[in-house]
Design a binder for this molecule. Structure first.
Ligand code: ZN
Length: 435
């Protein structure tokens, strides 16, 4: 079983929904095929009436989905806007891509082998557009351009698919541009949005009301370990440790299992509780955590930054000696500035993501101490620091462990609310030390 849904770990319910939708989308295309063929053979422009009829059929209310026999009645189970929600690492974008592939699959199933599946999964399908914000937000210009292109007739004869990763980072104006497209969708366009939740902070209520929801859950550690062994060939004991340490985040588990630097960074974070011996040590630990996040982020974006700069310079004719080169350079300053602004925004995002990963690891440690103090029958997140967590549980008791866990969670919330990371982390370290 290596179809496009194989990598969606521990999400049986979501996969069943998506399979049903893909099957009914394929049935819709089959039902429309003779009509479209007639229309394009005739004199009229692109068979407008038939496509409108298709759009209406397609627009059935969500409740009608259950009525279709086996979910393959044309229209049933399929709709033009979807939201994939779930905690980070649960596979929101994996699910969206898999569904996109199933929609473009020549067999209509997401077989994983045909050109439609293959080009979608490798990111080269002409009718699948992927928006991955590399900065803090997705702007209105980007969204307008996208919506415009998504309205065109699919070149492959199936669907135009737009995947928006991190739809929670849409600016308000960009959200409105998207909403307009979702409210009056072109007949063959499908929007796939990914967001942490359907909370109004993440996605506007009006967009939410127009979309069908696919909730993903945090996959159990056992399922994550299984996929690491099966797909990545990782040794079972390493896979089990990494799956537990990554707390259900599949990508993070894979990195921990494979990347020694990721393991070192995690070790350094988990050494923090031991190092908090006084006020000075707390400030030192805060500095170390911030600087480690900065270094990790800088390494992560350096390569892309450099290749983007080089590409832009080539495009602008830098190093060229022709008569056009001097003229091109005059307009270049603005474009370079624009690129630098985008790169800075991406670097900030990467720093926050790195810091957040560290805070999640740290929260896992105090959560272990708390469950041990309560003698709760649950497995520890960090098996390799379980002894240290047990010592903490004894020293702090459940109340003290809970206060420390809350300090870490408050720090995450503060950074999310735009408190300067250094200030939030220093406050947290002091709270962790004082207890
Ligand atoms: Zn296929």
């Amino acid at each position: 079983m290596t179809d496009v849904f194989a990598d969606l770990v521990g999400q049986d319910e979501a996969v069943a929904t998506l399979r049903r939708a893909a099957a009914s989308a394929a049935a819709l295309l089959r039902a429309a095929a003779p009509a479209v063929a007639r229309a394009s053979g005739g004199a009229g422009p692109a068979g407008g009436d038939d496509l409108d009829a298709l759009a209406e059929e397609f627009d059935e209310p969500a409740g009608a989905a259950r009525d279709g026999a086996d979910g393959v009645a044309p229209g049933a189970g399929m709709t033009h806007a979807w939201i994939f929600t779930g905690p980070p690492g649960s596979g929101r974008s994996v699910a969206a891509r898999a569904f996109a592939a199933a929609l473009q699959c020549v067999h209509g199933t997401g077989c994983g082998h045909c050109p439609g599946c293959h080009t979608t999964l490798t990111g080269t399908h002409a009718d699948v557009r992927l928006v991955v914000p590399d900065g803090l937000s997705i702007g209105v210009n980007e969204m307008r351009a996208l919506v415009l292109r998504a309205a065109s007739t699919p070149s492959g004869g199936r669907w135009q698919v737009v995947i928006i990763e991190d739809a929670d980072r849409l600016t308000e104006a960009a959200g409105n541009a998207l909403l307009k497209a979702i409210e009056e969708p072109p007949p063959r366009t499908v929007f796939l949005l990914c967001a942490p939740s359907t909370h109004p902070d993440d996605i506007s209520v009006t967009i939410r009301s127009r979309c069908r929801l696919v909730p993903l859950r945090q996959p159990p550690a056992g399922a994550v370990a299984e996929v690491l062994v099966r797909r990545d060939g990782i040794a079972p004991d390493v896979a089990e440790w990494a799956a537990a340490a990554a707390q259900g985040h599949v990508g993070r588990a894979r990195r921990l299992a494979r990347d020694p630097e990721a393991r070192q960074r995690r070790d350094a974070v988990l050494a923090v509780p031991r190092r908090l011996t006084g006020v000075g040590a707390a400030f030192d630990a805060a500095s170390a955590l911030i600087e480690a996040a900065e270094a990790e982020a800088a390494a992560a974006v350096a390569e892309t930054d450099e290749s983007e700069r080089a590409a832009l310079q080539t495009a602008l004719g830098a190093g060229g000696t022709g008569r056009g080169a001097a003229g091109a350079m005059r307009g270049a300053a603005g474009q370079l500035k624009d690129l630098e602004r985008r790169q800075k925004s991406r670097a900030t995002r990467a720093q926050r993501d790195a810091l957040d990963r560290a805070l999640v690891d740290l929260a896992g440690f105090y959560r272990d101490a708390l469950t041990m103090a309560l003698r709760a029958p649950v497995a520890p997140v960090h098996t390799d620091t379980a002894a240290l967590a047990a010592a903490g549980a004894q020293k702090w008791d459940a109340d003290g462990a809970l206060r420390r866990l809350e300090a870490v969670l408050e720090c995450r919330a503060a950074i999310e609310a735009n408190v300067k990371p250094r200030i939030a982390v220093e406050a947290m370290m002091l709270a962790l030390w004082k207890g």
